[in-house]
Design a binder for this molecule. Structure first.
Ligand code: GUN
Length: 296
């Protein structure tokens, strides 16, 4: 079997074209959706991600601003900065790029963001809402994964989904979203015993470990759907995922490539969440789902 390659760029374009119509409509009503991205320190990979987020906003007519702050920024100054953005009516979404440099408390900064502008969906109020299936802003990467599965018509209900990784950004919210969709969910992590055996029982395998080519083809149940969330840079400069792609291609029924798989969807869901925040601020019930507005 050779797996179907799930093209994150094509699916992203589908969502973005509908978002653009909604942005245009909102602008014609006097509101331009705005995203503020805060980046502290000079991590090269984070700088690339942040630039891509800003570019994506502009590509659909949204406003964006990037705030680079020095690595020496103190916690209180960062909190005060976020509070200014909370009070800025032109900003509907705030994203503080993680991880923060050593000495800064990620959680305290996330909690300083207004839950209404927390388009990452990381604030405790939004994380709690996610657990009871009601988050307005599901975290972008796992949300993007769900939208890819939906777009491809991949059945989730009753399937066994195995997630490798228990982070607050991907693993835990991914589990909640898959659970909501009716999957039986297992979360594996660095302390899991016999990880390959868990993986072999997965109908849907989501790898979010941050280790290049970690998941081997022999760990994949024939016909499984493989979602690779990892973006790792190899010594030769090339990007690769957490899954050994060449091996997995022979076992899976469908697989996301790296690059060009989950990555574009993460940014697209950020646009969707920001647009939704702006629509809500303007008194319109927002959605991230194309087709629900009657515009698509
Ligand atoms: N760092 C890696 N992924 C993310 C993300 O989705 N949001 C933020 N804020 N930081 C990240």
């Amino acid at each position: 079997m050779t797996a179907k390659i799930i093209n994150g760029k094509v699916i992203s374009d589908f969502f973005r074209s509908e978002y653009k119509l909604r942005v245009d409509r909102l602008i014609s009503q006097g509101t331009r959706p705005g995203l503020a991205v805060v980046i502290v320190g000079d991590d090269a990979a984070s700088q690339v991600y942040v630039r891509n987020k800003a570019k994506a906003c502009e590509s659909i007519g949204m406003y964006s601003e990037v705030h680079p702050l020095p690595a020496t920024t103190r916690q209180a100054a960062l909190t005060a900065f976020v509070e200014q953005l909370n009070a800025n009516p032109n900003i509907h979404g705030i994203l503080v790029q993680l991880p923060l440099p050593k000495g800064l408390d990620d959680r305290a900064v996330i909690e300083a963001i207004s839950a209404k502008k927390d388009v990452d969906g990381f604030h405790c109020a939004n994380m709690g809402a996610l657990v009871i299936d009601e988050s307005p802003y599901p975290p972008c990467t796992p949300y993007g994964v769900m939208k890819m599965l939906e777009y491809e018509g991949i059945p989730i209900e009753g399937r066994h989904a195995v997630i490798i990784g228990r982070s607050n950004i991907v693993g835990k919210p991914q589990a909640m979203l898959l659970l909501k969709a009716g999957a039986t969910v297992t979360i594996c992590h660095s302390k899991t015993q016999d990880l390959p055996a868990f993986c072999r029982s997965a109908d849907i395998l989501v790898a979010a470990v941050g280790r290049p080519n970690f998941v081997k083809g022999s760990w994949i149940k024939p016909g499984a759907v493989v979602i690779d969330v990892g973006i790792n840079r190899l010594p030769d400069g090339k990007l690769c995922g957490d899954v050994d792609y060449a091996e997995a291609l022979l076992a899976a029924s469908a697989i996301t490539p790296v690059p060009g798989g989950v990555g574009p969807m993460t940014i697209t869901m950020l646009l969707g969440n920001t647009l939704k925040a702006a629509e809500r601020a303007a008194g319109i019930a927002g959605t991230t789902d194309p087709g629900e507005t009657g515009l698509a």
